[in-house]
Design a protein around this ligand. Structure first.
Ligand SMILES: C[S@@+](CC[C@H](N)C(=O)[O-])C[C@H]1O[C@@H](n2cnc3c(N)ncnc32)[C@H](O)[C@@H]1O
Length: 320
């Protein structure tokens, strides 16, 4: 896999980024619908945390951070973004791209350094928020392991968190490493984040690259058209087995032939569901997806939120 400053790309990268573009647009649609439905109780900005932001570019095209910022401009959703990046050359380049898009550093902050060190102070600031905070934590690590502790910390930091998680991972590699050297399972790392609903995208390539969406929203769209399945449905559970078990483990559990060909992970998933789906190409923010949020929002009185994007700073965010 070619790499520049820790950012690599492979045959799976194009699909990763195309899918991410859909995922983040759907997320904005859902969140913005809810934020506008309960404007008095929602924190006025969508909060984006990119734990592995990169330089903004991958193999000449936009990477996840720029995709998310451009999509926010298209959706006209007010956002605050924390773009974590430990490589200083990448961070420099990312700052230039962010400025070109017209965001200032109060709204979009390139957080330099290791997110394990920088995220806890930001999570502490998030705890001071009293409104329902909509947002997403995005993990796209260089390493095989997901940074589960940091994902958990940010996703649960606000008292009334509505923060989802997008995690890009390679369960095929995790599985191989577990068999040879021991180690945890992919699904264990997702469950450790502590969000009840998990969607998994069908894997791509030998490493079984996949996106996982973790959310509290029971009505989250399944994103079937880009290959997601919901864990807890027959198809989703079959996908869990495929991502988490080796062929030998599967045979030991089922004493039967495989229902899919593990050597061809792209085409392997049988479709036993119909084609009913929420289309992910959703331009409107008032299309009813906000109705999936069924909180008792009125528990929280309207109160001004003061919140610094940089730890230690105070910034009053008037409600709109
Ligand atoms: C796979 S690349 C991410 C690419 C980016 N998401 C994109 O789509 O262009 C991983 C990035 O995470 C950064 N990184 C790795 N570990 C990190 C850490 N602990 N804290 C902050 N950044 C980290 C690397 O420097 C690298 O730029």
């Amino acid at each position: 896999m070619p790499k520049v400053n820790g950012i690599g790309w492979s045959d799976s990268t194009g699909r990763k980024l195309m899918d991410y573009d859909e995922m983040i647009r759907v997320e904005y649609t859902m969140a913005f619908g809810a934020m506008r439905k309960w404007p008095k109780w929602a924190y006025p900005d969508f909060c984006l945390f990119e734990l592995n932001a990169g330089s903004g570019k991958t193999n000449g095209g936009d990477g996840t951070a720029l995709i998310a910022l451009r999509a926010a401009l298209d959706a006209r959703i007010p956002i605050r973004a924390w773009l974590f990046e430990k490589n200083s050359a990448n961070a420099d380049e990312l700052e230039r791209h962010v400025a070109k898009l017209g965001f200032d550093s109060e709204r979009v902050w390139v957080v330099r350094g290791d997110h394990n060190q920088t995220a806890p102070a930001i999570a502490a600031e998030l705890k001071r928020l009293h409104g329902a905070v909509y947002g997403v934590v995005v993990a796209d690590p260089t390493k095989m392991e997901l940074p589960t502790d940091i994902i958990h910390l940010l996703a649960h930091a606000p008292i009334k968190s509505r923060i989802d998680v997008f995690a890009y991972a390679q369960p095929g590699t995790i599985k191989r490493v577990r068999i040879v050297w021991g180690g945890g399972r992919f699904m264990e790392s997702l469950r450790a984040v502590g969000l009840p609903l998990i969607l998994l995208r069908q894997p791509h390539g030998q490493a079984q690259w996949t996106w996982a969406v973790l959310t509290r929203w029971a009505g989250y769209p399944e994103l079937r058209k880009i290959g997601f399945r919901r864990v807890g449905t027959p198809e989703g559970d079959a996908l869990v087995e495929r991502l988490d078990s080796t062929i030998e483990e599967w045979r030991a559990d089922h004493q039967s032939v495989l229902p899919f060909d593990l050597s061809d992970p792209i085409e392997a998933m049988p479709s036993i569901y119909g084609t009913l789906d929420f289309s992910p190409s959703v331009p409107s923010c008032s299309n009813g997806h906000g109705a999936a949020v069924n909180d008792a929002e009125s528990e929280h009185p309207a109160m001004p939120i003061t919140f610094g994007i940089h730890p230690g700073e105070d910034l009053t965010c008037p409600r709109t």
